[in-house]
Design a protein around this ligand. Structure first.
Ligand code: HEC
Length: 618
């Protein structure tokens, strides 16, 4: 903090000197954007860019040609700076050291810094220099980057970058590298409403300035997203008192297939009995987690990646209430009594408990804690789940991705007390419960293991080494010859790993044609079904025999297929073809194609109503 104050102090000094001629720089410095238009002098013995807290401040620096740019290593490890295309390379800079480079030639210079020794798996720090004769005067027609953002981007991404129809653009959410976001802004996103700004008149330098902006923390009040902000977002769309008391469609409420239409901000509803499309429910950006009310066939809840949570009426196929639980969200679970919901957020670092009937927020839990290395970290919530009170509960379970902790929350007690389990792993992801709810199986992606947690005693039983980056989704559990098994696919390699739930020993490892995301099964179906979405070609769906663990069949229709889901009776398997924009229905015993359901846009996740009292998000 002190170091940052010094930087701002310097900027303010500069600002005073150049206030008249460099008005944009003033506003930028004051707005706290992580970008500086550095005017006509260098700071000589001081520095222009500080390495601190594993980041460059500012992330993007614009200077005039001829400026000597100086970096200071304010972190407690050594770094080496490397400019792209060998523009420059610093010697190794111990903590406190300075490095200067004469920026004599106009151009854009992305650069990185590698710490020494590099922490395993950590990407290098990134920054960029924009060197030009007098760029600042022309950029954004003389407006600041913050003003340009408000005019061109704020309408979709939110005035505080909290997200809107477009995702939130805040550092906590942006896990890809600079080149990725540069490309997204310059070329847009095909098939989405995100325009390509390269064609709309923005230069590469302006796009880099926008990359620098989204890499900085917003300063406005809008980004705190606590109980007040959540409550203020609460919107009743339809008065529940006016709804009909029976369903207005002919579909079987116990056998509806809900299909996330990823780019269409909607959910397609298909009747699992007749395989006909019943309609579409308007939801939000990338409908993600689903939670089905265990007490009635009427309500399902959905949370989009932009944090909007919807209460949806399955009788009339429409959302009745919405509330924004976070700015970037993943998991959703409902208590067995149908009274409480819990939403897991990526941004901010919180979990939110809500009244399921009204969607009013009840409690916001900050998700931070010591990681296995003993560092206090804020953490995204990877998954939420609920444990049946008749079996073990009444609990919610949430997994803290970066902190490597799993928390058990008692929703029957006032103020929802939390019991924490530390040291579970690194980058916790998704998981599922054993049929008796006594065990929770959770993927620890950086460790390549599935952590086995005793839910009643809240202890770590063991860690099952599986394969590269286990990704069970909502998992597969089944019984064969009196033994219970669980299985996961892997996002890092083409492999299905099956383990015995009694002794946690690996029972089989079955190679597939590529990494996958989802695996499912059904009591009345002889197969476990796994996709290979990251394989080449990305359209191989494996049916693996539950007893012999051998591959019985591979479905190879379509362009990019994923998320096999079985109908209520296990007779049919539904498979989304994301790129082919169709859902295919197969006989789940003979593998015969029964029909193709069209009229769906970018279908991804599929969720059957009765088979999903809970859906484990990620
Ligand atoms: C008309 C609405 C709209 C406008 C205007 C818009 N965006 Fe977007 N933007 C989107 C949507 C929607 C997405 C998500 C696309 C997808 O699903 O991949 C997106 C994605 C992005 C991403 C990638 C985010 C990620 O996590 O993958 C970035 C970066 C971005 N926008 C920046 C900008 C900037 C900067 C501007 C202004 C110059 C802007 N956008 C203007 C709608 C918009």
């Amino acid at each position: 903090m002190i170091k940052k104050a010094i930087v701002w102090g310097l900027l303010l000094t500069l600002t005073l000197t150049f206030a008249i001629s460099r008005a944009p720089a003033v506003r930028n410095a004051l707005a706290g954007a992580n970008i500086t238009y550095l005017p006509f002098v260098s700071l000589a013995a001081n520095y222009d860019v500080l390495i601190d807290d594993e980041a460059f401040t500012p992330h993007v620096l614009a200077v005039r040609t001829g400026t000597a740019v100086t970096w200071k290593n304010g972190d407690n490890v050594a770094y080496t700076l490397v400019g792209e295309n060998a523009a420059f390379t610093s010697p190794e800079l111990p903590p406190g050291a300075l490095f200067s480079w004469p920026a004599d030639t106009a151009g854009i210079y992305p650069y990185t810094a590698m710490s020494n020794p590099p922490p395993e798996g950590t990407p290098p720090l990134e920054g960029a220099l924009i060197v030009s004769e007098n760029g600042a005067a022309d950029w954004f027609d003389g407006r600041t980057v913050t003003a340009a953002y408000q005019d061109s981007c704020g309408g979709c991404h939110g005035s505080e970058r909290q997200g809107g129809i477009g995702p939130a653009l805040v550092p906590g959410r942006l896990t890809e590298n600079d080149a990725f976001y540069f490309d997204a802004i310059k070329n847009g996103r095909p098939g989405t409403i995100m325009p390509g700004w390269g064609n709309l008149g923005l230069s590469d330098a302006e796009i880099w300035l926008l990359v620098g902006l989204i890499r900085s923390e917003p300063t406005g009040a809008g980004v705190t997203w606590g109980l007040d902000e959540i409550a203020a977002s609460h919107t009743v769309l339809i008065d529940e008192g006016t709804l009909p008391i029976t369903a207005t469609h002919s579909g079987n409420l116990d056998n509806l297939m809900l299909v996330t239409e990823r780019e269409a901000q909607s959910i397609a509803v298909i009747d699992g009995d007749t395989h006909t499309l019943l309609g579409h429910i308007g939801a939000s950006y990338r409908a993600h987690g689903y939670a089905f009310d265990p007490t009635t066939d009427r309500w399902v809840y959905n949370i989009g990646r932009d944090g909007w949570l919807f209460k949806i009426d399955l009788y009339t196929l429409q959302a009745v209430t919405k509330v924004r639980a976070g700015l970037d969200s993943r998991g959703l679970a409902i208590s067995d009594d149908g009274n409480y919901l819990i939403a897991g957020n990526y941004a901010p670092h919180t979990a939110v408990i809500l009244d399921a009937h009204t969607l009013q927020p009840l409690k916001v839990v900050a998700t931070e804690g010591y990681n296995p290395e003993g560092q206090w970290v804020q953490s995204r919530v990877a998954i939420t789940s609920d444990v049946a009170p008749t079996l073990v509960g009444p609990y919610f379970i949430i997994a803290l991705k970066e902190a490597g902790q799993v928390w058990r929350i008692d929703y029957s007690q006032p103020d929802f007390p939390i019991t924490k389990l530390e040291n579970v792993g690194h980058i916790l992801h998704d998981g599922f419960l054993s049929p008796d709810n006594g065990r929770f199986y959770l993927a620890s992606q950086e460790d390549d293991w599935i952590a086995v947690i005793d839910v009643a005693n809240w202890t770590l039983v063991t860690q099952i080494q599986t394969g590269d980056t286990p990704h069970p989704g909502s998992g597969a559990v089944w019984e064969a010859n009196g033994t219970a098994y669980g299985a996961t696919v892997h996002a890092g390699e083409g492999l299905v790993t099956i383990w015995n739930l009694a002794d946690n020993q690996i029972a089989a490892q079955i190679p597939t044609s590529g990494p996958g995301l989802f695996i499912r099964t059904h009591e009345q179906n002889p197969y476990i079904w796994a996709d290979t979405m990251f394989g080449q070609p990305p359209n191989q769906i494996y049916a693996i025999d539950k007893e012999t663990f051998t591959v019985t069949h591979v479905i190879t229709d379509g362009l990019m297929t994923l998320h096999p889901e079985l109908t209520e009776d296990g007779q049919f398997v539904y498979i989304s073809d994301w790129q082919g924009e169709v859902v295919r229905v197969y006989d789940a015993h003979t593998f015969t194609l029964i029909t193709e359901v069209g009229g769906v846009t970018t279908p991804t996740g599929i969720f059957n109503t009765v088979r999903r009292y809970e859906t484990l998000g990620h």
